[in-house]
Design a protein around this ligand. Structure first.
Ligand code: UDP
Ligand code: MG
Length: 320
């Protein structure tokens, strides 16, 4: 029976962004449902955000609603990307606590129990999963992830712990604060760190992906890294100015050298040095322009004030 009555609050919500995850969905729902049933009895919901999947994910999700009454499907109109899919899911939650999970079961849902205990004991607003080791991931993935966390840590002022993903348990207060942040380029783990609420790590071993392939190929990873850095730091722009100043000083030195050579009549040679100067200055200029462009582009996108995502439909058991 469709109803317009406000939905009642629950003890726990789980948010899972899914992009072409049909292969893992049945096992995912079974394990998450089991973990939640232990923890929150009948008072939980599992929000699957279908991020514009082009495979049969949506059909599989719908099929599973009959098995698991706690399932909620937030169906986005198109692919918006991991972070926006998460944002859309968080906005739908009504649990006193919210667990964020990936669909591929790399982060075991069975850890919910331990994370809930840790939140009870520490009274923290955020219990974040910290990866002790990452099984089944390529050397390149591990190396680039490690470099990324070190770089972001150096460049930003927000407290973003290393080797964490979005796998975390949040209090209602933290989720409400996140939902109130309007920015388009979202780097959620950074935004959680930025809030500065009490947070405690929960060490665990990351498992290999259950099935399917990674939805973060290199171009997406690069865009994600740029989003993370630009939304939390203007250090790259400052570096561009410093580089400009450095080259200015070098240029002044060269000017003196050139005048001296001119006075002494040694001005015929110098093709190599000329080319070096032109190429180096040219590339530094382009690089600095690119840095400014990254910020300007984001400023432009923000200034449109468009909604962050479009939800095509939300399916709940009581509102099928
Ligand atoms: N994902 C998404 N939209 C995207 C890309 C990824 O919702 O455009 C989801 C994906 O289904 C998964 C999570 O984000 O649940 C993390 O993606 P993945 O596991 O492929 O990333 P990895 O662990 O390889 O970094
Ligand atoms: Mg994964």
């Amino acid at each position: 029976m469709p109803s317009n009555a406000p939905l009642s609050p629950l003890a726990l919500s789980v948010v899972i962004p899914c992009f072409n995850e049909e292969a893992v969905l049945p096992e995912l729902c079974r394990r998450v449902n089991e973990a939640c049933a232990k923890e929150a009895k009948g008072s939980f919901e599992i929000i699957l955000v279908n991020d514009g999947s082009s495979d049969g994910s949506l059909a599989v999700m719908k099929g599973m609603m009959t098995l698991y009454p706690a399932l909620v499907i937030a169906n986005l109109a198109r692919n918006h990307g991991h972070q926006l899919a998460l944002t859309a899911g968080l906005a739908q939650t009504r649990g006193a606590r919210v667990l964020i999970l990936d669909a591929d079961l790399q982060d075991p849902p069975e850890l919910l129990d331990g994370m809930m205990r840790l939140m009870d004991e520490s009274r923290a607003d955020v219990v974040f999963g910290q990866r002790l080791c990452r099984h089944g991931e390529s050397l390149f993935k591990r190396a680039s992830a490690s470099l990324f966390y070190r770089l972001v840590g150096k460049l930003t002022e927000a407290q973003i712990p290393a080797d964490t993903g979005d796998f975390r348990l949040l209090s209602r207060r933290a989720v409400d604060l996140l939902n109130a942040m309007p920015e388009q380029s979202r780097f959620l783990r950074g935004m959680v760190g930025w809030m500065g609420l009490p947070q405690v790590p929960f060490p665990y071993e990351r498992q290999p992906r259950l099935a399917g392939t990674t939805k973060y190929p290199l171009p997406k990873m690069l865009r994600f890294a740029l989003d993370a850095i630009t939304s939390f730091s203007i250090v790259p722009m400052r570096l561009a100015s410093y580089t400009g100043a450095l080259f200015g000083v070098i240029g002044l030195g060269l000017l003196i050298y050139v005048f001296r050579a001119w006075l002494l009549g040694e001005t015929v040679q110098g093709w190599t040095s000329l080319m070096v100067v032109v190429l180096v200055i040219g590339s530094v200029q382009l690089l600095c322009l690119g840095v400014f462009g990254e910020y300007l582009g984001r400023l432009y996108m923000e200034s449109k004030r468009r909604p962050l995502y479009i939800i095509e439909s939300v399916l709940r058991r009581d509102n099928p």
